[in-house]
Write a protein that binds this ligand. Structure first.
Ligand SMILES: NC(=O)c1ccc[n+]([C@@H]2O[C@H](COP(=O)([O-])OP(=O)(O)OC[C@H]3O[C@@H](n4cnc5c(N)ncnc54)[C@H](O)[C@@H]3O)[C@@H](O)[C@H]2O)c1
Ligand SMILES: [Zn+2]
Ligand SMILES: [Zn+2]
Length: 398
């Protein structure tokens, strides 16, 4: 089958790889209908996440049709249309039982690699390096889904494929930021990043009762998309001082909840960008925490900062003094999709959440490298490039 493979830093190619097979009784094999690029993949493509090997198949946010079912699977049958959580949870360990699915003790079959690299044992996720399980990803014609009774969810008839796709990762991630960030009715919430994750976090904050939601980015098309489809106010961080602007809009107090949906490759117009970039390139720090710093300084005293953006290791110039003296709650997590996906599919069906607009480009698997380049550089207004394995390669007919 065809699949988009990582071949080294900033090198991708579409290759023929062996079809997946059932390996455990709780597996299903899915014929992929759509699989989307995600900001998390950029950290892999750029070489910021270690333990990738040439030939690894990318992709973790997907939906498809069940074509084979393991003998232990109870909830799915051949022909079902399902969306799958990007993080893999066994459904039985202490963490899964406590709804902390991305922390599952059994989802990552290689926990020692993460432990040696990062000092902790990360969970397992599709297509996300050998440190996070070494699973083949979903940018392929077929994908093996372990623990399918727990991680795969039927898509309601009223929800089309393109909308349901984002219930895999971007939407539950955003929802989790607002939910575990403790958004309450009447709150003012600020969200850094107008990618798919940030847009979904902003929408979730609204649905959880926030009185005002303010989204921050620099790309005019992303800011306009967020205003139109999410309904939040926006700030272009290149045009103003974000901290001052947030104080201005909140009567001097600052937002109650600040959600960071940017991650380790944050951009900044200020001098600190050069500082962070040099240290990151020299591997003196693994991550650029610009937006986290800004969120900590902007948040009101006693408020909460929730980090949705992915960070791998250590950062420099972290304002611990502000966290402590301002009485902040600082949280973060990889997404606990299994906890939210059915509820979110119902909300999409009810028209409360729009996701389909996030797809700006649909491409065949053969255009993996081009799709990622466009997504990375935010060219042609790209918010999410989505791969459809049924599309014909350029220059051919299907
Ligand atoms: N926690 C999880 O489980 C989880 C799941 C999915 C994605 N993520 C992470 O969420 C982050 C966002 O993902 P995405 O798919 O939306 O990515 P994306 O690349 O599409 O969006 C990131 C956005 O952040 C903006 N940005 C950069 N620097 C900024 C700054 N200083 N202030 C404000 N905005 C800034 C960029 O312009 C861009 O629009 C990534 O780090 C990704 O790894 C986490
Ligand atoms: Zn993702
Ligand atoms: Zn588990």
């Amino acid at each position: 089958m065809k699949a988009i493979c990582w071949q080294g830093v900033n090198k991708l190619s579409t290759e023929n790889v062996p079809d997946p097979e059932l390996r455990n009784e709780q597996d299903v094999i899915l014929k992929v209908r759509y699989s989307t690029t995600c900001g998390s993949d950029l950290h892999l493509v750029g070489g910021y996440i270690p333990a990738m090997e040439a030939g690894d198949v990318l992709g973790h946010e997907f939906l498809g049709e069940v074509v084979e079912v393991g003998s232990g699977v109870r909830k799915h049958k051949v022909g079902d249309r399902v969306v799958v959580s990007s993080f893999i949870g066994c459904g039985r360990c202490w963490y899964c039982a406590n709804d902390l699915w991305s922390l599952c003790d059994n989802g990552n079959t290689n926990p020692g690699i993460g432990s040696a690299l990062f000092g902790y044992e990360p969970g397992g996720v599709f297509g996300y390096s050998h440190a996070l399980g070494g699973y083949r990803g979903s940018h392929a014609e077929y994908v093996r889904v372990p623990f399918a009774d727990h991680g795969a969810f039927p898509v309601p008839d009223g929800v089309d494929d393109r909308s349901a796709l984002f219930a895999s990762d971007a939407l539950p991630t955003g929802w989790m930021g607002a939910d575990l960030g403790g958004v309450r009715p009447g709150d003012v919430v600020a969200v850094w990043g107008c990618g798919a994750v940030g847009q979904m976090a902003a929408r979730a904050a609204m649905l959880l009762g926030a009185e005002r939601v303010i989204s921050i980015d620099r790309y005019p098309e992303r800011l306009a998309m967020t205003e139109r489809h999410v309904g939040s106010e926006t700030i272009d961080y290149t045009a103003t001082d974000v901290g001052a602007e947030l104080r201005e809009r909140t009567g001097g107090r600052g937002p109650d909840v600040c959600i960071e949906a940017v991650g380790m490759e944050a951009h900044s117009p200020g001098v600190e960008y050069a500082y962070d970039q040099v240290k990151q390139q020299l591997r003196l720090q693994s991550d650029r925490p610009t937006a986290v710093r800004e969120a900590i300084y902007a948040c009101r005293k006693g408020g909460t900062v929730f980090v949705l953006g992915v960070f791998g290791g250590v950062v420099d110039k972290f304002p611990l003094g502000a966290v402590m003296n301002k009485g902040l709650t600082l949280r973060g997590a990889q997404q606990h999709g299994q906890r939210y996906i059915p509820m979110l599919l119902d909300r999409i069906a009810a028209g409360e959440i729009s996701t389909r607009h996030l797809i700006t480009h649909e491409l065949p698997l053969e255009e993996g490298a081009r799709g990622y380049e466009m997504f990375k550089q935010k060219q042609e207004g790209c918010v999410r490039a989505v791969f459809d394995p049924a599309l014909a390669a350029p220059g051919t007919t299907s």
